[in-house]
Unconditional design. Structure first.
Length: 402
């Protein structure tokens, strides 16, 4: 047999998050804890099935429909309902039909569609992501053809933001550059901008004529649905062009259904119609059209008043449980090590925390306690619960050193 045409292909590096999970799964220690995971777990350590979703699916089963192809841009009822959740039903941009919203395969699908669209519209532009950012942000933008740069964001010394450095970097960006921003619950740090800081970023985006792309994968996990949409809605009011990716993986615990959206804010309804035609072209060449079941379940929850209320209550419970785990982790570590102040963990938002643990700490946690985190020190606070919080806190207290 002649040499394979694929013989030159190298083994790709492991995904840093999935790689941790693979190692965790192979660990036989009954006390093992996976803090590297990227999903919400309830206090029983399980991915919850929300009652609002359960009820919606039961209603869907009673009136089962044929599974024909959906339109390229997804279900109209879904797109309308999602648009109102993201931008607000009373938004002028929504009422004047200046926003295009399409159903995508999860938030990652929304990012992919946005990256491909932006590269088509601005082929010479470069992209910018935060330092650090979700690992897939860089990969998605690079695969779309962008040269990807990083703007300063997290300050390890203060466990806060390098906000002035961030603004200075944006001031040096070329007009037309794509700048990807985390709308809330920054992944991986948990450190968000204040409303006043967002306004300064908006002014810089306008000054430099940048293309803002907001990733909102965790709407509702910081302070609430409307509160967490502040940045998106502020950009929408101030800028004539905004890209937004959103997801229901976390907020409705629908990870495997891949239910997300991509939105484009435009200057007019006529411009929106032209953008929609281009978005459809991008979708058609990626996956042709989205899937049915998850989108139908989300639509039913968002458009049925009693299910919408129930979902918001369940979302509040998830959000408050995470906050409780943050406070508990800080207090329990302090009870073991009064010389270390982890209070910044309680001030962070969303599922993730840049814990301040070093790679050496992470290695010790894994080898001595079977507690798994990313080498960066990022932990998933939602993986903590009432049965493992004491074990994790005591282990962290033992491995941290001055």
């Amino acid at each position: 047999m002649t040499s394979s045409l694929l013989a030159h292909v190298e083994m790709a590096p492991k995904d840093p998050i999935l790689g941790v999970t693979e190692t965790y799964n192979a660990d036989t220690n009954p006390k093992k804890v996976n803090l590297g995971v990227g999903v919400y777990y309830d206090d029983n350590g399980k991915v919850p099935l929300l009652q609002a979703i359960r009820t919606a699916e039961l209603q869907m089963a009673e009136t089962a429909l044929p599974r024909n192809y959906l339109p390229i841009d997804g279900m109209p009822a879904y797109n309308k309902a999602v648009k109102e959740v993201i931008f607000g039903a009373d938004s002028e941009a929504v009422k004047s039909n200046r926003i295009v919203t399409v159903q995508t395969l999860g938030g990652t699908g929304g990012l992919k569609i946005g990256a491909d669209l932006a590269k088509r519209l601005y082929p010479e532009s470069q992209a910018w992501i935060s330092d650090p950012s979700w690992e897939n942000h860089r990969a998605l933008l690079e695969f779309a053809g962008f040269k990807v740069n990083a703007y300063p964001y997290y300050d390890a010394a203060t466990h806060g933001l390098k906000f002035n450095d961030m603004l200075s970097c944006m001031d040096q960006m070329a007009p037309g550059s794509l700048v990807l921003l985390h709308a809330c619950c920054h992944n991986p740090t948990g450190v968000d901008l204040s409303a006043a800081q967002w306004q300064e970023v908006i002014e810089m985006v306008k000054k430099k004529n940048l293309l803002p792309f907001l990733d909102m994968a965790y709407q509702g996990f910081s302070e609430g649905l409307n509160e967490d949409a502040h940045a998106v809605r502020a950009f929408t009011k101030a800028c004539p062009a905004v890209l937004v990716s959103s997801s229901f993986s976390k907020s409705m615990s629908l990870y495997g259904e891949r239910v997300g959206a991509f939105s484009v804010v435009t200057a007019s309804a006529e411009e929106a119609a032209r953008l929609l035609s281009q978005v459809k072209r991008v979708i058609r060449t990626n996956y042709s059209n989205p899937s049915t079941h998850g989108g139908m379940a989300v639509t039913k929850v968002l458009t049925t008043p009693e299910l919408r209320t129930q979902w918001e209550q369940e979302l509040t419970q998830m959000r408050e449980r995470i906050k409780t785990m943050r406070r508990s982790l800080v207090e329990k570590i302090r009870s073991h090590r009064a010389d270390f102040d982890f209070n910044y963990v309680a001030n962070q938002r969303g599922m993730f925390s840049y814990s301040g643990l070093t790679k050496e700490h992470v290695t010790k946690l894994r080898e001595e306690f079977s507690i798994y985190a990313l080498d960066s020190g990022r932990i998933c606070v939602a993986a903590l619960n009432s049965t493992n919080i004491d074990y994790v806190s005591e282990a962290i207290a033992k491995v941290i050193v001055r």
